[in-house]
Unconditional design. Structure first.
Length: 308
């Protein structure tokens, strides 16, 4: 891991820096590159614009761990309303959630009940539900949660991180469920005992995972989704999909709002199935630091303005 990336991921865990950033106008302006606004209405307005360009979308409310189960219930109810708004607006938009927002630390049973409700809402409204993956300590519980929800509601997907050593076995173990899997590289600061520290190794693991998923897709055993802004890697994966006979629509490409927007539009024009993940909410600091960590040169801009 580069020094700059490591510094940014450490900063994501600092409450002092979070407080400083939240008071700085430059930070709030800078985050707008990746965040159309803090309200769900802002996210859905951006989703409507993308739909006009032939792109689907996902929306997610920022924030991670909650403090009690009442907060988890409030998050569930919020997302139920989001599904209702998506249906009313006729948007090609899905919802992406974090288990820690829905009480997985407080009660696995309560979290499962909440996610089941959201899985039903996704099915009833013609949308879909995606379960995000958090750090490595949540992988087993998140996969268990996904299997339970997927057994009842098939419009459900899960994110899997290529930088974890365990990921090939996790993918293989999920194939019996005909999963929807969004393969991402991983954005958490993980110990070297569980994750590849070097970008080159993460990239190689990502491509290997992509081949695994495309091979399964060719047999009708999975819907692969490639969540990366690495355009050369995306092109390699597209070429491999064609080689295996997996047409666009039998796999998807997901990218973040505000990143590689021109490339996203071009891929959509080329006939690829593109969806853009749109975040909203006021708990943006940790998320923003992780986005900056994907482009570590930005640390000098952040530090100069923070100190100045």
């Amino acid at each position: 891991m580069s020094l700059a990336r490591n510094l940014l991921l450490k900063a994501a865990d600092s409450q002092w820096i979070a407080d400083q950033m939240s008071r700085r106008g430059f930070a709030r302006r800078a985050v707008r590159q990746f965040l159309p606004g803090e309200e769900v209405a802002d996210a859905l307005a951006a989703a409507r614009t993308l739909a006009g360009h032939g792109q689907g979308s996902l929306v997610t409310q920022l924030g991670e761990a909650i403090g009690n189960l009442d907060e988890a219930t409030a998050v569930r109810d919020h997302y139920l309303e989001v599904f209702a708004q998506i249906k009313a607006m006729g948007l090609p938009t899905w919802v992406s959630i974090k288990p820690t927002q829905l009480g997985i630390d407080q009660s696995m049973d309560a979290c499962r009940d909440h996610v089941m409700r959201l899985g039903k809402a996704a099915s009833d409204t013609g949308s879909s539900l995606w379960i995000d993956m958090e750090d490595h300590t949540y992988v087993d519980r998140t996969i268990e949660l996904y299997r339970d929800v997927r057994s009842r509601y098939d419009r459900t997907g899960i994110a899997i991180q290529s930088y974890l050593f365990r990921t090939p076995k996790d993918i293989d173990g999920l194939l019996a469920h005909q999963p929807w899997i969004r393969l991402v590289k991983g954005a958490y600061r993980e110990p070297a005992s569980v994750a590849y520290p070097a970008k080159r190794d993460v990239d190689m693991a990502y491509y290997d995972g992509a081949i695994r998923l495309l091979t399964a897709a060719a047999k009708g055993q999975a819907l692969p989704v490639f969540g990366t802004h690495d355009i050369p890697l995306v092109r390699r994966i597209m070429a491999k999909a064609r080689e295996l006979g997996v047409d666009p629509g039998r796999y998807e490409i997901h990218m973040l709002y505000g990143i590689k927007s021109g490339e996203q539009e071009q891929l959509a024009r080329d006939g690829e199935t593109i969806k853009t993940l749109i975040s909203y909410g006021n708990a943006w600091f940790k998320w923003y630091m992780r986005r900056l960590a994907e482009r570590p040169a930005n640390i000098w801009f952040v530090m100069k303005n923070l100190v100045g």
